[in-house]
Design a protein around this ligand. Structure first.
Ligand SMILES: *Cc1c(COP(=O)(O)O)cnc(C)c1O
Length: 388
């Protein structure tokens, strides 16, 4: 089948809830993708920050095949080895106490919100930030501080208040109905907007003082994306709940949240569950992802700095601020729709992303090598130069 025929078949039967590029991918290997017409692409998108170990990693693929042949799913009614081992590893990486496994970022955040509400014991309001993104379910939409996602879906879940990032006075002005503050270390969908270290530290201290929980949404920033296992680890703060999803299982659906010691028993048997969450195949995949990333993470910040510096050195008038940390990169595009740049990049063989109103976003695989970085930057330079 061709790009065109796969597009036609999809458009006939898949609901048009996304705007898509007219490309159907049929194969991926490392940081390269191939479409149905045989054209090759460099992947600076990773399926939105998911395929951090690249495509088709043999260790990962074998672990999945082996686990699927051994035992795929038994539900949360029973124990399995992959889930137990993965939970141990995640608590080690965060120095926290316990994990709940879900299937996606939104679902991970829903669970985190339930922990905060139950812990709040009557104090039910959760403060989130303007420009944030926490998911597409009705409750995580309510948590999301961007009105454009809310349209058509009211009434949303009550009990969320959005304040401007960086504004300590707005946090201090909150009353005694608050149970938690919920933040992304770098706002991803909102436009790759990093939070200031001083602000996060002051906010964490305020949470401590007022008895609010500090919830960190690491769905995009987690699992090495910013150069540490979790983005909050750049700030020297101790969160109460950390959610994760995108990078954890290399492309299989897995998410979840990790809680600190004091929250270990907040959710009691019967309070929360999911049929698929933490199934053996996804957890086996995630264990290999963590193993593959272990020696790679220390190079992530350097690779990101290299990309940011190279783009700066292109010295193009269309390029504004270059933001982000590690391999989470946002490039402000001046006076030109970033989606149009992104379409041109794809045409030229580079898969990338956009974010916010005016940001071109790169989330390349964390295992990306110098030669693929340079090849991608060459395409970027050609396109940006001509768009200027
Ligand atoms: C993508 C994302 C989500 C939602 O994850 P899904 O798996 O799409 O439900 C939530 N929070 C952040 C920060 C994200 O980037």
């Amino acid at each position: 089948m061709t790009n065109q025929s796969l597009k036609q078949l999809s458009d006939n039967h898949i609901l048009p809830t996304y705007s898509r590029y007219p490309i159907a991918f049929v194969k991926g290997q490392g940081c390269r993708l191939w479409d149905a017409d045989g054209k090759e692409y460099i992947d600076f998108a990773s399926g939105i920050g998911v395929t951090s170990i690249g495509h088709g990693h043999p260790t990962w693929a074998k672990a999945i095949a082996d686990q699927a042949g051994e035992l795929s799913h038994v539900s949360n009614l029973y124990y399995t080895a992959p889930a137990a081992k993965l939970a141990l590893r995640l608590t080690e990486l965060t120095d926290m106490a316990g994990v709940f496994f879900a299937n996606s970022g939104a679902e991970a955040n829903e669970g985190a919100i339930k922990v905060a509400r139950k812990y709040g014991n009557g104090r039910s309001t959760i403060v989130t930030l303007e420009g944030s993104f926490h998911g597409r379910t009705i409750t995580t939409l309510a948590a999301t501080g961007q009105d454009k996602f809310h349209q058509h879906f009211h009434p949303l879940t009550q009990g969320f208040r959005h304040v401007p990032p960086g504004d300590m006075a707005a946090l201090e002005a909150q009353g005694d109905d608050i149970c938690a503050l919920f933040i992304e270390p770098i706002q991803g969908e909102g436009g790759v907007m990093p939070l200031d270290k001083e602000y996060v530290q002051a906010a964490a201290e305020l949470c401590h003082k007022r008895g609010w929980l500090l919830l960190i949404d690491e769905v995009q920033t987690g699992i090495g994306r910013t150069g540490k296992w979790f983005g909050y680890q750049h700030f020297g703060v101790k969160p109460d709940v950390v959610s994760f999803a995108k990078g954890i299982a290399g492309g299989l659906p897995l998410g979840g949240f990790i809680v600190s010691e004091k929250l270990r028993n907040v959710l009691a048997p019967g309070d929360h569950a999911t049929t698929y969450g933490g199934n053996a195949v996804c957890c086996a995949a995630a264990l290999t992802v963590l193993g593959i990333l272990e020696p790679v993470i220390s190079q992530v910040e350097e690779k990101g700095e290299y990309i940011r510096t190279k783009i700066q050195e292109m010295n193009l008038p269309i390029v504004g601020e270059i933001r982000g940390r590690g391999l989470m990169i946002g490039i402000k595009i001046k006076d030109y729709p970033p989606a149009a740049i992104n379409a041109k990049l794809l045409e030229a063989g580079l898969a990338a992303l956009t974010a916010g109103a005016d940001i071109l976003r790169f989330l390349p695989p964390l295992i990306i090598e110098q030669s693929d970085i340079d090849a991608g930057l060459k395409i970027l330079h050609n396109i940006l130069r001509l768009a200027t």
